[in-house]
Design a protein around this ligand. Structure first.
Ligand code: SAH
Length: 230
């Protein structure tokens, strides 16, 4: 999978993309991530990426020309399955949306800033808009990092069997059961006995019961299938 991220602040993305599972996915050659600095696609000497919004409201809007240029260049090099814009009014990022994106070949993610981007970009160049939640960030970079993290760990081969994404929360509309590690007793606080019993059938049953109980108590709407599919 190849992910191209268009940004005016590549520095924000460098760290999250170069550690842990995302780093390993790239080292293993399973995911190829490229950052594109939008200012490199400007023509004026101030490398301007924003301008005043039309209308009476104060504020800046990201200009169409540099965005058009970088997307045109990328599209001339390969086909893209999605050109995503991070936006608070986009489709909410869920595990289902991440699952769907993880089987794509090439995607572009455009990070907005200021009051947003010239709407013509959204009308003509963007194929999908994704929000990471009902709150407003100052820029799309952190949203892009979250989208990439949730998607990359689902790309086949990125996680080992032991850490399989299949047992994660939301994967089957259930929250994950509690997990513990050694020591089995600390400060008088004990790990549930079944987990140290060696009886894998009993452990599996306990985990399923816990997952169901936690989901019913904490996120009952998941069981009612109210979450939107991606
Ligand atoms: N005026 C816009 C918000 C602009 S915030 C509005 O009210 O909709 C600046 C940029 O941050 C946006 O262009 C978007 O790319 C990013 N952003 C802000 N909140 C986000 C969210 N919840 N999810 C994804 N991206 C977000």
């Amino acid at each position: 999978m190849r992910i191209d991220i268009i940004t005016v602040l590549p520095e924000i993305l460098e760290s999250p993309l170069s550690h842990s599972i995302i780093k390993r996915a790239q080292t293993k050659g399973l995911v190829d991530i490229h950052l594109h600095h939008l200012r490199e696609y400007t023509t004026d000497k101030h490398r301007t990426v924003d301008d005043y919004a039309f209308g009476p409201d104060a504020g800046m809007v990201m200009k169409i020309e540099p965005i058009f240029k970088v997307i045109r260049k990328l599209k001339s090099e390969r086909d893209y399955d999605e050109v995503i814009y991070t936006s608070p009014d986009g489709q909410r990022l869920t595990q289902q949306v991440a699952n769907g994106l993880s089987i794509k070949g090439n995607i572009i993610i455009l990070c907005g800033h200021y009051k947003g981007i010239d709407h013509r970009v959204r009308e003509h160049l963007i194929t999908r808009e994704i929000s990471i939640g009902d709150y407003v960030l100052s820029g799309g970079e952190l949203a892009a990092a979250i989208i990439v993290d949730s998607v990359v760990r689902l790309v086949p081969g990125v996680l080992s069997n032991e850490t399989s994404a299949l047992t994660d929360s939301f994967q089957d509309n259930l929250l994950a059961p509690p997990v513990y590690t050694r020591p089995a007793e600390f400060n008088g606080w004990k790990v549930p006995e079944v987990l140290t019993s060696g009886n894998f059938k009993a452990i599996e049953k306990w985990q399923m019961e816990q997952a169901l109980e936690r989901t019913k108590r904490l996120r009952p709407e998941l069981l009612e299938g109210l979450e939107e599919d991606g």
